[in-house]
Design a protein around this ligand. Structure first.
Ligand code: BGC
Length: 758
């Protein structure tokens, strides 16, 4: 007799041939549930716990296990005591690991392979904060699609992305991984990314499972210090932090990741209200929750668990389904169940969630589906580069353009290109670069040279270095604070050129995890270099490469043109040149406020009014005495090479009830000389609520293209749902009263009209 696995035999007895299901049947929810239940019924407690364990693939899987840790892990894999792995990075390696399970374990439950594919796998797209600045959801879906394909080509079928933590603090290094400060915009990006990664069918070989992370509140760490305490109340939690996660859950995201932080005294990993009551209860979401790296045992440091065992008990009971490299579940869960401290129902629920995702991914049908060498052979990296250039140019935000220095005129014959980042081919790749190769980006200098052509003299000088020594994911960069030896050449180049493109900002690894900074000024000697160059040539276009808002108040006051170019990825320099030379008319808008001073942080446009918003007579109101309280460049802001004029808002009625809708319409005219794209933004303000309400909140946007002289009427429909919020009654509802509708090209310069909800 053939040697069928217990699992196959039993399923065949039940009339269900798992391995013969087609993908349509796979995704039929009822079928999946039946299969999940049949598998669960056959598992021992040890095997169940195994599904909740995730290992880092830190050893060479294609050879014999090389280290002690590797040998133990390999032996557990063979026993089927592991549910997933992360950082196993090739078709061969994932195939090998899968084989260990499929050829040795009793239940033969396939592994899934996770990795941080945050802004591309090999082809690198703009960092998420930058890409969000494009406000182009279709483009964002496309880059996620490509990331998925390149991941599968390397054996990966699960990304720990999108990161949708609302981030209001430029000091927090991980703001670069986020979509910035706005809840609605972040939610829209979450939906686009989930669609892009997961497609319509998770079982499709070219899709991967996505992760909504970090649940929840991680982006609001006190003082912008990574991993720090988060102190928010229910009002901010429900109205600001949770909605993008609800959007991701509704979009069918396969997994969630919880977070390192505590909220109001409870670490997220051990937070039952968040994980069980809200996500799995009220939202009825049926995927699984992976812990963040070691966040289960970190509850010992938080001081809510005395040891790993207690941490495991708290986490599983709170609804953390899988332990990422924490070693808590594999060492304690069996005992905890036997001692009656963890109800087997909680284990069963967690295992069912993991199995469900594996079934949906088609892994029971073909465990090697995502370890197929053919996928890599069919990839056209050239085509992906073109998409990367498109995404990159759309992400650039023009912050200032006085005296129309940009776009660079065809009459210009000499350009000095100066700065530590000008010919840096690595920083544009950014942090969380997956398998993006070091030094593989098109530098700004290269982009300018190829766009300018032979008739323009390019005078390059580095001026100063930003860092000293090697870049590394784990160690901070040592900043150069003393070496000015390159200044004189930079000054000379600036003197003999008609204009200067100055490329300053951050090193790739200055933002990212563990990269919080108390200062967000241009690091090292960059400001000094900028001022020295400015003394000899004022025609400066400042190009900023960075992963967080920087304090650029001096530049805003002095430098005629400023281009925010983030870390734009593989095609960075070409995309920047597209904008500098006007081949592309910039259309990006800031997803985050730029402060005048770091002391304003956290800074965000949708703040509360306070009891003392202003006072013309004396100081006792909410402000700073040394700096204006508003942003230097507000959320939603971004210029174009043309000018858009907004007319007055027309409203279909001055009142509506809950069953009705309203339409607001605004004419937008391109009054400049070139065609351009504009993101028309809709904000609402609930004037009186049972709780305090933000002064305005983004509720919709539309991107339009206008030829010179052309006018378009842009309409938004206002529904009762858009007026809802988490009220004093602790539920989502609207409250009757007056609302301001505001429409414009950024969160500050807006046309306004009022209506009532009856
Ligand atoms: C990060 C997560 C990431 C995980 C796995 C953690 O340190 O917080 O965002 O997905 O590592 O690499």
């Amino acid at each position: 007799m053939r040697n069928y696995s217990l699992l196959t035999l039993c399923l065949l007895c039940g009339g269900i041939s798992l391995f013969a299901q087609n993908s349509k049947i796979q995704s039929s929810v009822k079928n999946v549930e039946t299969k999940v239940d049949s598998v669960l019924a056959m598992m021992t407690l040890e095997e169940k716990v195994g599904q909740l364990v995730q290992y880092n693939g830190s050893w060479d899987l294609t050879g014999p296990a090389s280290e002690l840790d590797g040998k133990q892990k390999e032996s557990n894999l063979k026993k089927g005591l592991v549910g997933s792995m992360l950082n196993v990075l090739s078709v061969d390696a994932t195939r090998e690991a899968q084989k260990m399970i499929m050829e040795n374990s009793r239940m033969k439950i396939p592994l899934i392979f996770g990795y941080d594919v945050i802004h591309g796998y090999k082809t690198i797209f703009p960092v998420p904060l930058g890409e969000t600045a494009s406000w182009d959801l279709e483009a964002m879906e496309k880059t996620a699609r490509i990331s998925a394909i390149e991941s599968v080509a390397n054996g990966i079928n699960w990304t720990f992305s999108p990161m949708i933590d609302i981030s209001r603090d430029a000091r927090w290094g991980r703001i670069m991984e986020s979509s910035g400060e706005d809840t609605y915009l972040t939610g829209q990006v979450a939906i686009a990314k989930v669609k892009g990664y997961q497609g319509d069918d998770l079982a499709d070989q070219l899709t991967i499972a996505a992760t909504a992370k970090h649940f929840a509140g991680y982006g609001l760490a006190e003082a912008g210090r990574d991993y720090n305490t988060v102190n928010i109340g229910e009002n901010v939690l429900h109205n600001v932090v949770l909605p993008p996660f609800k959007d991701a859950a509704d979009a069918g995201v396969a997994t969630f990741m919880n977070s390192f932080n505590e909220i109001d005294g409870i670490p997220s990993t051990g937070n039952k209200t968040l994980q069980r009551d809200i996500l799995k209860g009220a939202w009825n979401w049926d995927g699984f929750m992976v812990s963040d790296w070691g966040s289960i045992p970190e509850m010992i440091n938080h001081g809510v668990a005395k040891d790993k065992k207690q941490a495991a008990e708290i986490a599983i009971n709170a609804g953390s389904d899988m332990d990422m490299e924490g070693g808590a579940y594999e060492t304690s869960l069996v005992a905890l169940v036997n001692e009656g401290k963890v109800d087997i129902a909680n284990i069963n629920d967690a295992v069912k969630r993991v199995l469900r995702v594996k079934f949906m991914m088609g892994l029971f049908e073909d465990p090697y589906r995502y370890s197929d060498p053919k996928v890599a052979k069919n990839i056209s990296y050239k085509e992906h580069e073109a998409v990367a250039r498109d995404a990159a140019k759309k992400s650039i935000v023009l912050l200032k353009n006085e005296s129309s220095l940009l776009p660079i005129k065809s009459s210009v014959r000499s350009i000095a290109v100066i700065g530590p980042l000008a010919d840096d081919k690595d920083s544009p790749i950014g942090n969380w670069r997956a398998q993006g190769e070091a030094n593989s980006a098109v530098s700004v200098l290269e982009g300018i040279k190829s766009a300018a052509g032979k008739n323009v003299k390019i005078n390059y000088a580095q001026g100063t270095t930003l860092g000293v020594g090697e870049r590394s994911f784990l160690m901070p960069l040592e900043i150069n604070k003393t070496d000015r030896s390159g200044f004189s050449k930079a000054i000379e180049m600036a003197k003999k050129s008609e204009m200067v493109v100055m490329v300053l900002g951050e090193d790739a690894f200055q933002s990212g995890e563990g990269r919080s900074q108390a200062s967000i000024k241009l690091a090292g000697l960059q400001q000094e270099l900028l001022e020295a160059v400015f003394k000899v040539n004022k025609n400066i276009a400042l190009v900023l490469l960075n992963g967080r808002p920087l304090e650029i108040t001096w530049s805003a006051e002095n430098i005629p043109s400023i281009v925010e170019a983030w870390f734009l990825g593989t095609e960075s320099g070409n995309a920047i040149a597209d904008v500098l030379f006007g081949t592309y008319n910039p259309s990006g808008k800031l997803p985050v406020s730029f402060p005048r001073s770091v002391g304003q942080e956290p800074l965000y446009y949708n703040q509360k009014n306070t009891g003392r918003p202003s006072n013309a007579e004396h100081v006792t109101y909410s402000h700073y005495t040394d700096v204006a309280k508003d942003a230097l460049y507000p959320f939603g802001f971004g210029l174009s090479y043309t000018t858009f004029k907004y007319g007055d808002i027309a409203i279909s009625s001055e009142a509506m009830n809950a069953e009705e809708t309203l339409t607001v319409t605004i004419p937008v005219t391109n009054i400049g000389k070139v065609a351009g794209k504009e993101v028309v933004q809709l904000y609402l303000h609930d004037l009186v609520g049972t709780t305090t309400r933000p002064v305005k909140e983004l509720k919709g946007f539309e991107m339009i293209s206008l030829q010179p002289g052309e006018t378009k009427n842009v309409s938004f429909t206002i529904t009762e749902k858009m007026l809802q919020y988490y009220t004093a009654n602790k539920k989502w509802e609207s409250e009757v009263g007056d609302f301001d509708v505001m429409i414009g090209g950024n969160s500050k310069d807006l046309k306004k009209i009022t209506f009532s909800l009856n």
